[in-house]
Ligand binder design. Structure first.
Ligand SMILES: [Zn+2]
Length: 253
């Protein structure tokens, strides 16, 4: 029983426990090239949240991890079989209800640990911050916490070398042989401004990738996954410590 994982702990422990920071991991359930499981983002969220919380707990941080929300925003993948979409307005409703509980019970710090590129909590946090002025709400994309180029050869953002390496380390029994994987080639928009990233439109996933992947996974190894996992969870663990200790009424220099 890990006391910092809510789903594993009990009322006997929680009733009198001090809780400074709540972590809400948020995933997605979607195709990940041919070789990775639909639950890839959920598995990553579960493991990264738990290990980061362990790191923080051992440094004295009073942190609690909620169960991972398994569905994310998949509006760009409406025609990809069994990619389950949660609309942003549904996410907003879920988030409001969770924050309502924390706010009522005087637990004022929440971090959303996001595991899926289609999830975007910024505008929700702005609106919920107005509604719950005592709360400090933040979100973290763990996949942006480190410079991936220092760990992996090939760039990508979906079922790429990074995600494949992580899954090879975390859940090897759910990863097919790399010979089964597609090359994850992404077709770019003809209008150049989109590649320059100062104009944005949602990608129509079935048109930009033949295998649903974006990023060549074939140089993945479990050793790379292990090294990256340790570095990411150390960094996020330290963030959890900083947030747990922070005085939310005195955040600025
Ligand atoms: Zn993913």
């Amino acid at each position: 029983m890990r006391p910092y994982i809510l789903a594993e702990t009990n009322w006997k422990h929680i009733r009198d426990a001090k809780v400074d920071l709540v972590v809400l991991p948020w995933g997605a359930t979607e195709a990940h090239n041919y070789h990775l499981p639909y639950g890839t983002d959920v598995i990553e969220a579960d493991f990264i949240a738990a290990e980061s919380a362990r790191v923080a707990w051992e440094k004295g941080a009073k942190v609690v991890v909620l169960p991972t929300i398994p569905f994310g925003v998949n509006t760009g993948q409406a025609d990809i079989k069994l990619d389950i979409n949660l609309n942003p307005s549904t996410q907003f409703a879920i988030l409001s209800d969770i924050i309502d509980v924390l706010n009522r019970q005087g637990i004022y710090k929440l971090i959303i640990l996001n595991s899926h590129g289609g999830n975007d909590f910024k505008t929700m946090i702005r609106e919920l911050g107005l509604r719950f002025p005592k709360m400090f709400i933040c979100s973290c994309n763990w996949f942006q916490s480190l410079n991936k180029a220092l760990y992996f050869e090939k760039d990508g953002d979906h079922a790429d070398e990074m995600e494949t390496s992580l899954l090879q380390f975390l859940k090897p029994e759910l990863v097919l042989a790399l010979s089964e994987a597609g090359d994850g080639r992404e077709k770019k928009m003809k209008i150049k401004a989109f590649s320059e990233k100062w104009v944005w439109a949602e990608r129509k996933w079935s048109q930009i990738s033949a295998d649903t992947g974006v990023g060549d996974p074939r140089a993945a190894t479990k050793e790379k996954g292990e090294k990256y996992f340790k570095a990411v969870t150390e960094k996020i663990g330290d963030l959890f410590v900083d947030l747990s200790l922070a005085d939310i009424n005195d955040l600025y220099e």
